[in-house]
Structure formats: C-alpha cells, structure tokens
Design a protein around this ligand. Structure first.
Ligand SMILES: [Ca+2]
Ligand SMILES: [Ca+2]
Length: 309
C-alpha cells in the first residue's frame, strides 16, 4: 500500500480535494447491530463488505466521503435506530426479541448533501455495503457484493444471495426498516448501493426474520449497473461521471480482506471506514499475504507484476 492521504473510521461526512494523480480508494461497510434473544445478545449482526479501486485523477477533484455507522443493538426499552448512511431501523416485539438495526454503507460521492439526498446518492462512484441486524437466535446477513445476502439457517452463519442486487432493493442508498411483530420482529436491512429489503416478522423459522444486506458498487467493475443523473439504470458498470476505477477488489462481509489497520479481517466489524492512499503499484492482497514470501503463488506473482507494469 502507498502512503495514506486520509483515513476516517467514524460515522461522518468529510470532504477532500485531491491533486491530479493516482490514488487507491478503499471503503469498508458497517456491521449490523445485534438483536436480542430472550433479552440476551447472542448472535452478531452481519459484518460489512470491502471494496477497493485505483483511480487516475487528471484534474483537481473534490470528493465527499460518507462513512457508515454500525447498527444499534436490540433493546427492550427503545427501537434500534439504523446505522448512519442507510441502515434500516430494527423491528420491535411485545417481549424480549427486539431486533438490531442495519449497518450503513461507506461511499464516496461527487455531489455533497444530506446522506439521503437523491442527487448526492446518485453521484456515488464507489460503495461498500453494510450488514443487516441480527434477531432472535439468528445472525445478521453480511454486507453484499454485487448481490445482497440473506440468512438461511437459525443459529448458524449460513447465507445465500438475496433478491437485493444492482437493480433491485429497497432504495438506492437506503436499507428498509424491520417490521414490528408480536413474537419475532424483523431486523434492519443493511445500507448499500441498493439498501436491503426487510424481512417479515415470524412465529417460527426464526432466520426468516433477518433482513437482507445491501449491495456494493465500484464504477467500472464488471457486473455493476450504474445509474444516470436521473437514477435510470444504464446497464453499464461505468458511472455517469465517466470516472472509472482499475484494479478493483470487491469482497462481501463473509470474506477475508484488508482491515483499516493494514492487517486482515473476515468481514468488517463495527463502524465503517474509508481510506485514500497514494497508489504505488502495490495493492494489499490477502490471498497472497497468507503465505510467506518464498511460497508466493504464481497467481499472486502475476497480480503483483500486473500492478507494477
Ligand atoms: Ca420488545
Ligand atoms: Ca418475542
């Protein structure tokens, strides 16, 4: 990794003006809050996703950095409010299984505004998804990649893709709030490129009360579907600004990727984060650094050679 230009690890909005040059942008989505199981926090909310890309700025550029907040934990005395930047609120019940709220996404925008301002949301060029909250004997869903994730088992960290993806979800940038229910309410959905869709409350099959995580987006990444300035899908992965990233990495919240401190982590816990660093031709690749240098795989060496060329 190159020298860090700036790193933000608290939920917030920040602006930065970058001189022309090559930079690596990294975003970590926030984790969902922990819901209650008979008034005890047993199963954690879904961990955040990670995205990274290299950008070659030709002009001085002002950017706005929105760092997502971790979802709040379930609480029998008050509703869990969604994490900053798109996490949905948690649902509540009549006794002790109040749901965690969704984690917010972390993104970088060209247009400033309130976090949920439509034009500001449409100007996002890179987004890392937040995880959904957990509830009643079930984990939350980890932040998604091209697709969101849902939970497929009670009491187990087992997941599959949800219906939230590059063109479908609750809203661009906003996860849906969980539904109140007498027995088991649904958790807050995660924020993301598309925020996740909320599940329904349930009596049994408790995992069905876990809402979807959000999705991630990086301009130029194959499989992404960008919107134009009016919010209409273009079926192209390239943002309307024509800003395109290279050397893109997109990992969902179940995977191993670099942590903000430069180590590695499996899914991102807690609040989201954003780092901008000078690009020096080397990108931290967790799949490579698991090995010591002498046993670097050929594939890893190829990656490094490509980055250096
Ligand atoms: Ca309650
Ligand atoms: Ca209950």
């Amino acid at each position: 990794m190159g020298k860090t230009v700036l790193m933000i690890k608290v939920p917030s909005v920040n602006s930065v003006t970058l001189d022309p040059g090559k930079y690596q942008f990294e975003c970590w989505g926030a984790q969902g809050g922990t819901g209650l199981t008979n008034n005890v926090k047993l199963y954690e909310g879904g961990r955040g996703a990670y995205v990274s890309g290299v950008i070659d700025l030709k002009d001085k550029t002002e950017l706005y950095l929105f760092v997502g907040g971790r979802g709040e934990d379930g609480d029998t005395s008050k509703r869990a409010i969604g994490g900053f930047n798109g996490g949905g609120n948690g649902g509540i019940d009549e006794d002790n299984e109040d749901a965690g709220s969704g984690g917010g996404s972390s993104d970088i925008r060209l247009v400033n505004g309130k976090w949920n301002d439509r034009n500001s949301i449409l100007s996002r060029i890179i987004v890392a998804a937040g995880g959904s909250g957990s509830v009643d004997n079930s984990y939350g869903a980890p932040g998604g990649s091209l697709s969101g994730l849902k939970v497929t088992s009670t009491s187990k960290p087992e997941y599959s893709y949800s219906t939230t993806n590059q063109t479908n979800g609750y809203l661009l940038g906003i996860g849906q709030s969980g539904k109140d229910h007498q027995s088991t309410p649904s958790s807050g959905a995660g924020g993301g490129y598309y925020g996740g869709i909320a599940a329904e409350g349930v009596i049994d099959s408790l995992y069905l009360a876990v809402s979807s995580s959000g999705t991630s987006f990086v301009s130029g990444y194959e499989g992404c579907n960008a919107v134009d300035e009016y919010g209409k899908h273009t079926n192209s992965p390239i943002h309307y600004s024509n800003i395109v990233f290279e050397h893109i990495v997109m990992k969902d919240g179940r995977e191993i990727f670099p942590s903000p401190s430069g180590k590695k982590e499996m899914g991102h816990q807690g609040n989201g984060a954003i780092r901008i660093s000078f690009y020096n031709g080397i990108i931290y690749q967790p799949s490579c650094v698991r090995h010591n240098l002498p046993v670097l795989s050929f594939a890893c060496l190829q990656v490094i050679i490509i980055f250096l060329s």
